[in-house]
Ligand binder design. Sequence first.
Ligand SMILES: [Zn+2]
Length: 338
Amino acid sequence: MRGAVLHGPRDIRFEERPDPEIQAPTDAIIRIVAACVCGSDLWPYRGINKINGPMPMGHEYLGVVERVGDEVTSVRPGQYVIGSFVASDNTCPHCLAGFQTACVHREPVSGAQADFLRVPLADGTLVATPGEPTPEMIPSLLTLSDVMGTGWFAAVAARVEPGMTVLVVGDGAVGLHGVLAANQKGAARIITMSRHEPRQKQAIEYGATDVITERGDDGVAKVRELTDGVGADAVLECVGTAESMQQAIKSARAGAHVGFVGVPHDVHIDGIQLFRTHVAVHGGPAPVRQYLPELIDLVWKGEINPGRVFDLTLPLDQAAEGYRAMDERRAIKSLLLP
Ligand SMILES: [Zn+2]
């Protein structure tokens, strides 16, 4: 088979790779129907995260089950399935508490930008769709594998409730899905921080009511101005920089939760800042497995269309261009189809 492999900074090659095999009786092999490039793939792509040798890329996937190991009972060949970027047994105490990305048997899933993929712990990791999806549904279903599930977790971690004023920091695909999640959870007002017109438009389409273009302390002042000096009832931090985290914490009202899903890079939080502000901070790798049944249902009924964040569609063998377009900010998110 063929797949995308990162060989060094900005060096993605679509090349021959060994066909994945069943390695454990709990594995499944799926044929990829759709994959995509994640914002987090850009960290190693840009050379910011070091790699140890050639690295098969991709952890977001929608596929059809080809074959399963002897112990797999919950999915069968021919089914369309979606799974998380972290394989989990879905039975351990952390999984049962809803944190499948902290599973005691967790394994990263990687190499999804390819013709085929091995998914470990298939019973715990994969969820089948109700049937064969229409071509229009495929991009939206794919987003549930990571990006939409991550935006959803940001809203859960921020404890968004009906009627709240919600601030979303970050206008990438995760931030846009954070807006969609907050809207779905009944937020009365959703403020997005964005300077890019196409992203502002998409945020408004997903339910944003206010757009702030200022950053740093000016951005915080603007949030205060829009909320009668109080601050946001819930904040979704979807970037992962020191500046974005400070914007999130400083824009939150007393007692608010900041849900953070941007992978932190050089983020340091001062204890006394949290102590004085009564702001709670909760985040981590999103347990997207927990939300798959609910979100598949919403996509299937046509109630949400998270697939609209894809503004570039390429054949899988042009994965390198998908990376370049996102790196150069010509695309929000690249969809890859075999
Ligand atoms: Zn587990």
